[in-house]
Every structure is written in C-alpha cells, then in structure tokens.
Design a protein around this ligand. Structure first.
Ligand code: SAH
Length: 440
C-alpha cells in the first residue's frame, strides 16, 4: 500500500476540483492520478466500480468515492460552519441537475429549451447574490467548505456562456467567484497533468467504460458563444490565414478554436477577428490574427510537448494559442495588471499555461530553463543574451528585431553552438521590449 493517499481525478470535473481544493487547503500530499474519462484505469475501477471521479484511496486501503466525503475527511473544523449541508444539497441537487440540462441539453431527451434550465440556475444564483451581499463568503468573511463545494459548479455555469453571465445582475456572485478563481488555492489545483499510465501493460476493456461520469470533455454547448463570433472566427481563418499560406493543421485548429473576442472588452468584440492589431490596456496591443498564426507556425519544427517561453503575455491571446497547440508554456509579462487580467481570461477558458510570470522577460526565466523555444511579442534591439543562454542547442528564438533606421523585422533564430542561424521573415510592427517591471 502506498504511503500517500491516491487521488483519481479529472482536471475539469467540478466534483474533482472541490476535492483537490480541500486536500490542498488541508496540506495533504497525495499521488495525483489524472484519469481520461473514456479510458479509466482498471486500478480505479477495481476500487470504485461506479467509475466517477474523484476517488481517494487512503493509505490504509479505505476508499472515499464521493467528493463530499473527501472534503469532510480532510477539512479543518473551522471549515464546517454555517448551513453548508443545505447549501451543498441544493448545489448537488437542483443546481447541478439544471446546469447539466442547460450545458449538455443535447444529452437529455426531455430538454426542449435549455434557457428554461438556465433560468432555474439563475433563480438559485439570485439567492446566492443576496447572501454574498451580506458577507464576503457564504458562511462569513472567510472561505469555508460551502464556498469550495459550490464554486466549481458556479464556474462551470458561468463558463458555458461567459458573455451572458457577465451581464447578469449578480455583482456579488461575480466578485465571489472571481476571488476564488484568482486564488492560488484554485489555480494550483488546476495545473495540468498528463494522463496517469497504469504500470499494468494489459488493460482489459472495462464494461463500465462508457458509464456516465460526472463531467465530460467540453462539448459545444448550444448557447456557448454568440453565433456571429464563431462565424467571424471561421471567416478569419478562411480569408486571412489560409490564403496567406498558414498550413499547419495544428495552427489552423488552434486559431479556429481560440476565442479571441474574450480577450477584449465586449464593446470591441465586433473588431475581434478583423485583419489588424487592436489596442488593449496599458497602451499595449494584441497582434493581428495572421501574425499570431505565423509566429505560432514558426514553432512547427518543435515536438508537440515542447517547452516554450513567451515574452509579452499582454492580454494572453497568443498564450492561449500556444496552450491550444499543446506546448508547455511559460509566459512572462512586465506589466503586472496585464498579467493578472490574462490569468483571469485564460482561467475562464481553461487555457492557463504552466506558468504566468510578472517579470522582465529580457532576463528570461532561468528557473524554467532550458527552453525548446522562446517567442517574443515585443520588439528587441538585439536578442538578449539571457535568451540565447536559456534556449537548448538547436532551439528556436522567434522575435521582432528593430534594425538601424527603425524598421522592425520578424526573425527566427536557431541556436547552433555559439552562433545563431538567422531567417528573416519580413517587416512587422510590435511594441518595444522594455526593461524592468511595472507593478501598477
Ligand atoms: N502576445 C500579446 C501581445 C502583447 S504586446 C497578446 O496576444 O496580447 C507585447 C507585450 O510585451 C506587452 O504587453 C508589453 O508590456 C510586453 N513587454 C514588453 N517588454 C517586456 C519585457 N521586458 N518583459 C515582459 N514583457 C514585456
């Protein structure tokens, strides 16, 4: 028997999220076994044949199969306050039922109008709104079990149609949710893990493998995004990227699925997929879609799981594209407020990279080095030495560089010993790479 408890979990499942948050809050170390829902390991099915996550196997062999049992097992006493039981009952009952019927309406025969179920959830949220007007969290001014038990479900509801959710009159619920989602407790619990591989080589297909599990990989929800945004994105791919030679299917897929409009304020959505850069906060810009696609395609020689450092997170759009490409992304931004904004948007669309750092990207990130590639969306005068030092032999540096005379050229360098092999990809315009950090 293993010395640490073993947790079978799935990153986006709200039940699993709340169990991980409680374990982490309690400081309990456990062996993380990330489960892919269509390919559940026989070890998990053997101890919990119902096939849903989370499942916690304690070091004495005891098995906890319900997220609430896991939470109760590890929660400190001060977490078990107020009417948490009633709150969890409504959440796991009426809230969850209606959430599923709204989000996954195509899986239910009896759902004609998903909006009916969205309204049912909204009625419950109106009650939450009143409570959260009186205290910061559900049972007082501190985070307790009730908040952690409910938040992953409210998050899932909000994420189904974020634009709609944001314009509901729920300022206290939104404030509460944002605070939890921005917390270290939450973001650390959402780190990505590879699928756990059973040491047993022969895995018999399990008859329960198709049983309904608490959360399925995202499916296009009927109300998920305004139709004009998906249409505009498709047109952007067809009219701006394909004719100009973007051809890597992975890049085309990442650009077709990454919701660029969500990185902008709603007033600017109609501009989101146009063929030009856009202004974002703090006097910075979000690059033109074609430039994002082109810079991403310049990384194509890399392995899909390569480690990439991005300089200039900005609003996080390029970061999301790199995450969608499957890279391990470490992104650095010198303006703290931009980095925080990017963390929020990337969290909402489940595209958080491995690291989002506030720092001076000119220095790179020695702690994460070496990198397979460095990509900068700010224009350097020359390639900083730290980047050359922190990239592997044969690794890539993609950056705009300003030449004498003021013109900027997009360059791809390949490290060969102490030399850089150069490719010049033409004129571009980026904001300058500046030194130092802006904490405002
Ligand atoms: N990739 C971004 C584009 C942002 S513009 C997007 O998709 O939105 C370039 C960004 O580089 C700006 O946010 C700017 O603040 C940042 N930047 C400039 N110098 C930097 C440095 N030394 N370290 C980190 N970020 C820097």
């Amino acid at each position: 028997m293993s010395a640490q408890p073993i947790l079978y979990t799935f990153r986006r499942c709200p039940y699993a999220i709340r169990a991980r948050m409680a374990l982490r809050y309690a400081g309990i170390e456990y062996e993380h076994r990330e489960v892919i829902l269509r390919d559940r390991p026989s070890e998990m099915m053997a101890i919990s044949p119902k096939g849903t996550v989370p499942v916690l196997q304690l070091s004495n062999g005891e098995v906890l199969e319900e997220s609430l049992d896991i939470m109760l097992w590890c929660s400190p006493e001060e977490w078990l306050v107020g009417d948490w039981k009633e709150l969890v009952e409504v959440n796991d009952g009426k809230f969850k039922d209606n959430l599923d019927r709204y989000k996954y309406s195509n899986r239910f025969d009896d759902v004609e109008k998903p909006e009916v179920h969205r309204n049912e959830v909204l009625n419950i949220l109106a009650q939450y709104e009143q409570r959260l007007g009186k205290s910061l969290f559900f049972c007082g001014d501190e985070l307790t079990l009730a908040d952690v038990a409910l938040a992953p479900f409210v998050r899932q509801f909000a994420n189904t149609d974020m634009a709609w959710f944001k314009v509901q009159n729920l300022p206290n619920v939104q404030r509460w949710l944002e605070e939890i989602l921005a917390s270290e407790l939450f973001t650390e619990c959402m780190e990505k893990h590879e699928q756990w591989q059973s040491p047993m080589t022969q895995d018999d297909p399990n008859p329960l493998a198709e049983a309904i599990i608490s959360d399925q990989p995202a499916q296009p929800a009927k109300l998920a995004e305004p139709a004009e945004m998906s249409k505009a994105r498709q047109e952007m791919v067809e009219q701006q990227l394909l004719p100009r030679g973007i051809s890597d299917p992975r890049v085309i897929s990442a650009m077709s699925t990454t919701p660029r409009h969500l990185f902008l304020p709603q007033e600017a959505w109609s501009e989101a997929y146009r063929d030009h850069p856009l202004a974002i906060e703090s006097g910075q810009t979000i690059s033109q879609p074609f430039i994002v696609a082109m810079m991403s395609e310049l990384l194509s020689p890399l392995q899909a799981s390569a480690k990439v450092m991005e300089i200039g997170t900005g609003c996080g759009y390029q970061t999301a594209v790199l995450v969608a490409l499957g890279y391990e992304v470490h992104s650095i931004e010198r303006i703290a407020s931009l980095s925080h904004g990017a963390r929020k948007t990337l969290g909402e669309i489940d595209s958080l990279p491995s690291e989002l750092l506030v720092g001076d990207g000119m220095m790179g990130n020695p702690a994460g080095a070496p990198y397979d590639a460095i990509i900068s969306t700010a224009c350097a005068r020359r390639v900083p030495k730290a980047w050359i030092d922190q990239v592997v032999e044969g690794g890539l540096i993609i950056t705009p560089v300003k030449r004498f005379g003021g013109k900027q050229y997009l360059m791809r360098y390949t490290k060969r010993g102490s030399n850089l092999l150069k490719e010049d990809l033409g004129l571009v315009r980026f904001v300058p790479l500046l030194s130092g950090v802006d904490e405002s």
